[in-house]
Every structure is written in structure tokens, then in C-alpha cells.
Write a protein that binds this ligand. Structure first.
Ligand code: FES
Length: 352
């Protein structure tokens, strides 16, 4: 309905708002200013029932947004991450991702749609003229801005239309909960799982290349061998988590070359086993210099002396590589005599 369809007596009194001045072209201003078109009243300006309908529509959109946010939270908590559904024409997709995307999309869309509908149908639609002015605002201009803001707030009806105001605040307050819920993905807490590995008394040392348990005679002087604990398979669901802690490197030294007494006591016939995880930021160590018995981390060149308790002789690593105490079982295989005596990996532990 436009203002042309409404009897003259039902239209609101003419307002004082300027619609722009009309000017004709002359020599100084060669382009005529036609001024603003006549203002047309909206149905909501002249019909209280139409205004109420718009108010309810806006409140409904904000309410849907609140429900969608609650749906987002419910989906996140209840839908298993491995459940999939068929959605035409996309095909099979994750039910959790679909539900999270749909509910968050609806929540944000309804806030936007509610705000737009509110502005288009209920807030003042009088054309405003903003004159250009210098960038540095005069005190009087700042005062004018505050006055305009107060006037805009009054004209938006935010104080008078409590239903819209309350539902909007509710929608805006709830929608950040979606982000808060996603923080749950940072968990679960590791508790003390990072302080222990799969190594335990009696676990055989398995060669990662041959998948065979190692015997002392398999480890030659000057060679570098990598091992994992017996029972840990690449097909295990937590293989990466476990091997990141339990990866082991084995070297055979001449017993006389071992300077550190504890290292010698924890070795078997010169065979020593150390964590393969660099104590700087956790890269896997892979370079061995057999003449010097040094191992080198390729990430930042930390260097450890395997003949002297794997102490750091160069680079940013904070402490020596943890050693695994080993022995030989009745069948002649190399076995662990327990877990590492200290946590493996970066020096976080010294600060903890
Ligand atoms: S991770 Fe090994 S030196 Fe940085």
C-alpha cells in the first residue's frame, strides 16, 4: 500500500525534514539539482496494525535465531562425528557438519533479516542530507553526532518496542555461544598421558623397517636403528599418538666409548636406546655421525652426544634425550626394562 491509496486525512502530519533544495542550472552551477522525490508513507507509518505485524515478524526472526543457536549447541553435543546423511544433490556428508552449518547459518541469517526488516518497515525512513565537512570534527559537530544518535535511537523505537529489543538482545547474546561451544574441540585434556609411553617392562623392541623383534646381533656397530614397542601396529587408531612418544633409536657403541655410568648401566653390551623425539620442539632425529657418536636433529641442528648420556652439545634443545633401559629376554630378544624415566619430547616438562 502506498500513500497514494490512503485518504489525505489519514496521513501523518507533514514533517519538518528537509527533502533537499531545488536549484536550476546557471553559469556557476551548470547542473540542476532536481531535489528529493516526494516522500511516500509506508503502510506501517499510517496503520498501527501493519506496524504490529512487522514488529511480530521481526521478533519471530530473532526468536528463530535463538532457537537455531540452541539447535547448534544440541547438534554439537548429540550428533556423533562419524554419522553421515544423504543430502540431495550433494550426496553423503557429515551429519554433524551439516547440522552445525545449517543451524549457525539460520541463526545469523535471522538476526540479519530481522534487523533489515525492522529498519525497512518500522524505523524512520525520512531521507537525511549529510553535508560534506572537514575530516577534523568541530566540537559542535561531535555534539550533533551525539544528538543524531540519540534521535536515531528514539526513532528506532528501541525503548518503546520492548518485544523487539528483548528478542534482539536474546539473539545477540546467544549467538556467541556457538563459538564458545567450539572451544570444546581443544579437548580432551591430556592429563598425564604425555608423561608416559607404551614402553613397559618386557616389551620387545621391534625394528620399524622389518617389523621383526630385534636381537643384539641385529644391531651393528656404527648403525642407527629405529624401533617401536611390540604390539603397536600402523593400523591402530592411535598409532600416530603413540609412536610420537615411543619412537626409539638404537645404536651400538663400544662399551669403552660410553662415558656416562648410568648410560652404560642401562645399555646391553654397548647397545643403547634413546628417545628419537628431539627435546627442542619434538622433531624426529634422524642423522647419526658414527665417528663422533653424535646425533643431529634436522629441524634446528640440535646435536646430542650418544656416548655421554645424549647430552646437548649444540643447538637450542633444552636437555638430554631420555634413555630407555634395555636388556635381553630368555629367548634372546632385546626388551625394555620399563618406561622412560622422564617424559620424552620438548622441554615443556621443565616448566610444568
Ligand atoms: S626440534 Fe630439534 S632442534 Fe629444534
Amino acid at each position: 500500500m502506498s500513500s497514494q491509496d490512503i485518504p489525505e486525512e489519514n496521513l501523518p502530519a507533514a514533517q519538518d525534514h528537509a527533502h533537499g533544495s531545488v536549484s536550476v542550472a546557471d553559469e556557476e552551477t551548470p547542473f540542476a539539482d532536481p531535489g528529493m522525490p516526494p516522500h511516500e508513507h509506508r503502510a506501517q507509518d499510517i496503520d498501527e496494525r501493519a506496524a504490529k505485524r512487522s514488529e511480530r515478524a521481526v521478533a519471530l526472526l530473532f526468536t528463530i535465531s535463538m532457537l537455531a543457536t540452541l539447535g547448534f549447541i544440541a547438534s554439537y553435543v548429540t550428533i556423533p562425528h562419524d554419522k553421515s546423511i544423504f543430502v540431495f544433490p550433494i550426496g553423503h556428508i557429515s551429519a554433524l557438519n551439516f547440522a552445525l552449518g545449517l543451524t549457525l547459518g539460520v541463526a545469523l541469517f535471522c538476526i540479519g533479516a530481522g534487523a533489515v526488516h525492522w529498519a525497512r518497515t518500522l524505523m524512520s525512513d525520512v531521507e537525511m542530507v549529510a553535508e560534506r565537512h572537514p575530516i577534523a570534527a568541530e566540537p559542535s559537530v561531535r555534539a550533533q553526532v551525539f544528538d543524531d544518535f540519540r534521535q536515531g535511537a528514539a526513532e528506532s523505537g528501541i525503548g518503546r518496542r520492548k518485544l523487539i529489543r528483548n528478542t534482539m538482545f536474546g539473539a545477540l547474546a546467544l549467538v556467541p555461544l556457538s563459538g564458545v561451544m567450539l572451544l570444546r574441540d581443544l579437548g580432551p585434556l591430556p592429563h598425564n598421558s604425555l608423561r608416559h609411553t607404551l614402553w613397559a617392562k618386557g616389551k620387545l623392541l621391534v625394528n620399524v623397517n622389518t617389523n621383526e623383534p630385534l636381537r643384539p646381533e641385529d644391531v651393528a656397530v656404527g648403525s642407527l636403528t629405529f624401533a617401536r614397542p611390540e604390539g603397536l601396529e600402523e593400523t591402530d587408531e592411535d598409532f600416530q599418538d603413540q609412536i610420537a612418544k615411543a619412537a626409539l633409536m638404537i645404536v651400538r657403541l663400544l662399551p669403552n666409548d660410553i662415558k656416562d655410568k648410568q648410560e652404560l648401566a642401562w645399555s646391553h653390551e654397548g647397545i643403547v636406546a634413546f628417545s628419537k623425539i628431539c627435546t627442542h620442539v619434538g622433531c624426529p632425529i634422524s642423522l647419526y655421525e658414527q665417528q663422533t657418536h653424535h646425533v643431529l636433529c634436522p629441524c634446528h641442528q640440535s646435536t646430542f652426544d650418544l656416548s655421554d648420556g645424549a647430552r646437548v652439545i649444540f643447538g637450542p634443545a633444552g636437555h638430554a634425550l631420555p634413555q630407555l633401559r634395555i636388556g635381553v629376554n630368555d629367548e634372546g630378544y632385546l626388551e625394555a626394562l620399563g618406561d622412560f624415566a622422564e617424559p620424552v619430547g620438548p622441554a615443556f616438562w621443565e616448566r610444568g
